[in-house]
Design a protein around this ligand. Structure first.
Ligand code: ATP
Length: 269
């Protein structure tokens, strides 16, 4: 169908165990998993479950991962679309894509709709962005209309992600829309330790690899950066024709990833 062409529907195996070190965020979305498993039960008891959850936090800290884990834990489908997909679309296309997405999701509920980079379409309206503005506004309006248009017992939860909650149109944050905010910040030492452990489990590494040393020497690294360290280190070991990743590989990869991040932040200045 047309809707299928536009959206990605996934059954995901990702669970809360894959999202390391974000204990508070996980506990905040646990009731949503329970709701998705049995929407009717909540309806009968009369508990008020949000329609929309806003995940807020810096890039690469597991917002997408957490959204997928909600779907995986509840064993429901995951539909996703990114705000940046709407950039440079012809007027009206974004809005009709939003309607298609919601239609498809409602036919497959209970399920999760994930709107990544919601700020790309959800910026405060009338903020004088100039050209292309109409399209964005129509897309945002379509999201608002769709969110108002389903009953909570349909078992649809809309999860949106942003690292700029401050620029969002207040209409998105009104009761009945994204009125629940869950923050996933850069991981602290414990968080980094847990994330490194999750990713190190996926590779062969030497016994004496110290997760503590790595976690201590990576303040400011995101989950994505830490995953990249392990991946880079594994590539180094393979190129070096070794069977196992060593601590030296990981330290070299750490510095490489750090250098990459500095380059990126310089080009953004
Ligand atoms: P962006 O805003 O850039 O989309 P995000 O917050 O959605 O970032 P993810 O896409 O979820 O970040 O994370 C990217 C990758 O980094 C994940 O696929 C995973 O490999 C790793 N990662 C990030 N956070 C965690 C975490 N808490 N535990 C384990 N892995 C993580």
């Amino acid at each position: 169908s047309r809707a299928q062409m536009y959206t990605k529907e996934n059954r995901t195996n990702i669970t809360f165990d894959d999202v390391a070190g974000a204990e508070e965020a996980k506990s905040e979305v646990r009731e949503i998993v329970e709701f998705l498993k049995n929407p009717g039960r909540f309806q009968r008891i009369g508990g008020r479950i949000p329609r929309g959850v806003l995940l807020n936090g810096p890039p690469g800290c597991g917002k997408t991962l957490l959204a997928k884990a909600i779907a995986g834990e509840a064993e429901v489908p995951f539909f996703s679309i990114s705000g940046s997909d709407f950039v440079e679309m012809f007027v009206g296309v974004g809005a009709s894509r939003v309607r298609d997405l919601f239609k498809q999701a409602r036919e497959n509920s209970p399920c999760i709709i994930f709107l990544d980079e919601i700020d790309a379409v959800g910026r405060r309206r009338g903020s004088g962005m100039g050209g292309g503005h109409d399209e964005r506004e129509q897309t945002l309006n379509a999201i608002l209309v769709e969110m108002d248009g389903f009953a909570t017992d349909e078992g649809l939860i809309i999860v949106a992600a942003t690292n700029r909650p401050d620029v969002l149109d207040p209409a998105l944050l009104r009761p009945g829309r994204f009125d629940r905010e869950v923050t996933i910040d850069l991981p602290d030492y414990e968080g980094r330790f847990a994330i490194l452990e999750v990713h190190l489990k996926k590779v062969q590494h030497e016994q004496d690899v110290s997760v503590g040393v790595l976690a201590r020497s990576t303040p400011g690294y995101s989950g994505a950066d830490l995953a990249a360290i392990v991946n880079e280190a594994a590539i180094m070991a393979v190129l070096d024709k070794r069977e196992q990743v060593s601590l030296e590989d990981l330290e070299e990869a750490r510095d490489k990833v750090r250098y990459g991040r500095q380059k990126i932040s310089r080009t953004m200045e």
